[in-house]
Design a protein around this ligand. Structure first.
Ligand code: SF4
Length: 656
């Protein structure tokens, strides 16, 4: 197919931020399409600014383009002004590299990192001029694939996606290509027996480890309640396991990170230092589904940083993971980076996920020499009791020591992240958030005339494959009430700001998070009603979702707020992240009892299933936990609510 660039170019004068649609970034490839190849269009279903830095997409982009039998290009969701212009001019969704129409590709592959982008996925498939429902696609239509964390409950999108990839994608994309290329070699319109059959392709894909083909499975209901999700054909596996790349050392990607021509989020060099987390925070789906921990060798991290900085010209590098301060030898690694004469004084290192202890802040102070904008910590719960329930075992003294170190070393702004609507939460736990914030302000005022402490509060959404997957989410009204309790408790404290996430959006996220296949029709209704970009406040309206639920005979009470029964079938029971259901249930009971669970990197394995079922083990360089407070030297499961009066009394007086 021919490029649509001439048509696209005509639209650019009339839209905001035309740089979103032109490509040409440093690191962008110029794939040459040919016979015998599978052409992949990698899509991020949100704006260019949000999607471009996505590392998963960039890794697959490089890996596929290294293959002789594949090419890969990218596309992001056009903003509403561009979409309107495209629809009016009948310009289809297009790729950024060659500006080819999306239908010219064999695969439309989506990265799903948040539930509220689901309506955008439907919109992009439609803009690609491909049937939105998988059942309506024929042998000449592209395959619609989705991966990312949301794929662990694929059912809400089961009617729209041909195949989901579970877990790490590095190996699977090659294996899908191996299946696809011979199938594509068959004619679309040949005689019987010499013609592509889409079902043949889907069945072959179901044989690839880590690939789930929802149309080969049938949910069974009893009186409106899901009973099981079962294979429709013999030979289709009754459950699908995730894929795990055993050793990151084998995958030093991306090697040519994209450098955008316009401003994007996380506009810096990003180097992934490890995958997985076994801290065991019970609300955290990412930590649960990405086990075990696999560290990249420190030498490889240094090399990737060095090569990346030299190639991109960035002066900031982020070492990314779910908890970067837990990386073995983090101090030495960052010191080597900032002291490398090749980079000089200009390079700043950021640790996007700081641990809550003074030791980590000290490391941050050493390395953030250039900019000290603000430090963020995530205690998540306002009281020690609450933090025991969620297994985020941060002692108050460690939080205060971290904040003390931050203000003492020059920072004036500290942000604290919390969740509300957590299991067993009482108003005391919510008020505890304000108490922590006030104490942090007091600590800051010992060093500076004015400080800002922001307590940022999100509503908790129970996620599949976590110990909290059975918990009934707090209602919109209850979350609003909790926010009011918190604001009352914080009122009058200068320097303390409370920010909160929209409870209505939290409810909508809950619909897609734990919904079953029936929620697909709800998502389609919201999309047809104009509900795209649901992560963007200006486009979000819960009324659309409630109306769509009602039209499908569902409700927030049924899908979101209801506690799941222990014997109830869950929509993702046939999808495995490795975690035993028994382990999750036991951990849920432990949570209700307020009992903590230690990090299995440095304590005996408790057989959650993530390693034992797959012949894997942690790849961690250090045999001992990192230094630090409750989050370093091993969590203290017994105590945590001691108020550090001594700590405050021994600090030097603030400077004028
Ligand atoms: S299987 Fe054992 S070692 Fe592996 S993540 Fe689970 S508890 Fe930890």
């Amino acid at each position: 197919m021919d490029t649509v660039w001439p048509q696209v170019e005509r639209l650019l004068m009339g839209v905001q931020k035309p740089a979103r649609y032109i490509g040409g970034e440093q690191g962008a490839q110029a794939p040459v399409h040919g016979d015998g190849q599978a052409a992949w269009l990698l899509l991020y279903p949100d704006t260019y600014e949000i999607g471009l830095p996505n590392q998963g997409l960039q890794i697959l982009y490089e890996l596929l383009n290294e293959r002789a039998d594949a090419v890969a290009e990218r596309a992001y969701a056009p903003w509403t002004d561009m979409e309107a212009a495209m629809r009016a001019a009948e310009v289809p969704l297009f790729s950024l590299e060659n500006h080819l129409p999306a239908r010219a590709f064999d695969v439309l592959a989506f990265n799903l990192s948040a539930e509220l982008v689901y309506t955008n996925l439907l919109n992009l498939v439609d803009l690609a001029q491909v049937p939105v429902r998988a059942a309506d696609r024929g042998p000449g239509d592209p395959l619609v694939v989705a991966g990312g964390h949301c794929a662990y409950n694929p059912e809400p999108l089961a009617d729209f996606v041909d195949a989901f990839v579970l877990g790490d994608g590095e190996e699977v994309v090659g294996e899908i290509t191996d299946v696809l290329v011979p199938w594509l070699a068959q004619p679309v319109d040949g005689a019987d027996g010499d013609r592509r059959d889409r079902l043949d392709l889907l069945r072959a894909l179901a044989g690839v480890d880590g690939v789930y083909v929802p149309s080969l499975y049938q949910p069974r209901y009893d009186g409106g309640r899901l009973v099981a999700t079962e294979p429709r054909f013999p030979g289709v596996p009754d459950h699908v396991d995730k894929r795990t790349v055993a050793d990151l050392a084998d995958w030093p990607y991306p090697k040519r990170q994209l450098v955008p021509l316009t401003e994007v989020v996380h506009d810096r060099l990003n180097v992934e230092v490890f995958r997985g987390c076994t801290r065991g925070c019970r609300f955290c789906q990412a930590g649960m589904i990405t086990r075990p921990v696999r560290e990249r060798p420190a030498q490889q991290v240094r090399q990737m940083v060095s090569d990346g900085l030299a190639r991109t010209g960035y002066d900031e590098v982020a070492l990314t993971s779910l908890s970067t301060a837990d990386f073995s030898g983090i101090e030495a690694t960052v010191r080597d980076i900032v002291d490398d004469p090749q980079h000089g004084e200009r390079v700043s290192v950021s640790l996007p996920s700081l641990r809550v202890d003074a030791f980590t802040v000290g490391t941050a102070a050493q390395i953030q020499r250039v900019r000290r904008t603000g430090l963020t910590f995530a205690p998540e719960g306002g009281t020690w009791r609450m933090r025991q329930v969620i297994n985020k075992l941060i002692r108050e003294e460690d939080l205060y020591a971290a904040v003390d170190a931050a203000f003492g070393q020059g920072w004036r702004r500290v942000k604290l992240y919390f969740l509300i609507g957590l299991p067993t939460e009482q108003d005391d736990d919510v008020v505890g958030i304000a108490d922590l914030g006030k104490r942090c302000v007091d600590i800051g005022l010992r060093y500076h005339r004015s400080v800002t402490v922001t307590a940022s509060v999100g509503g908790f959404v129970p996620k599949p494959h976590t110990p909290f997957q059975w918990f009934g989410q707090a209602t919109v009204a209850e979350l609003h009430r909790k926010v009011a309790v918190l604001r009352d408790a914080a009122r009058g404290t200068r320097g303390l700001t409370i920010r909160w996430h929209d409870p209505e959006a939290t409810a909508a996220e809950g619909i897609a998070s734990r919904g079953d296949r029936r929620v697909g029709a709800v998502i389609e209704r919201v999309w047809r009603d104009g509900g795209t970009f649901q992560e963007w406040t200006e486009h979000f309206d819960l009324a659309r979702w409630e109306k769509a639920l009602a039209a499908e005979g569902l409700s927030l009470d049924e899908v979101v707020y209801r506690h799941r029964h222990p014997d109830e079938a869950l929509p993702w029971d046939h999808i495995s992240a490795g975690l035993h259901r028994d382990f999750l249930w036991e951990d849920w009971q432990q949570a209700l009892a307020g009992a903590g669970l230690e990090d299995c990197r440095w304590t005996p394995c408790y057989d959650c299933g993530a390693c034992t079922g797959f012949g894997l083990e942690h790849v961690v360089a250090s045999p001992v936990p990192p230094a630090g407070g409750s989050q370093g030297t091993g969590q203290d499961l017994a105590s945590g609510d001691r108020i550090p009066v001594d700590l405050l009394a021994t600090r030097p007086a603030r400077t004028p």
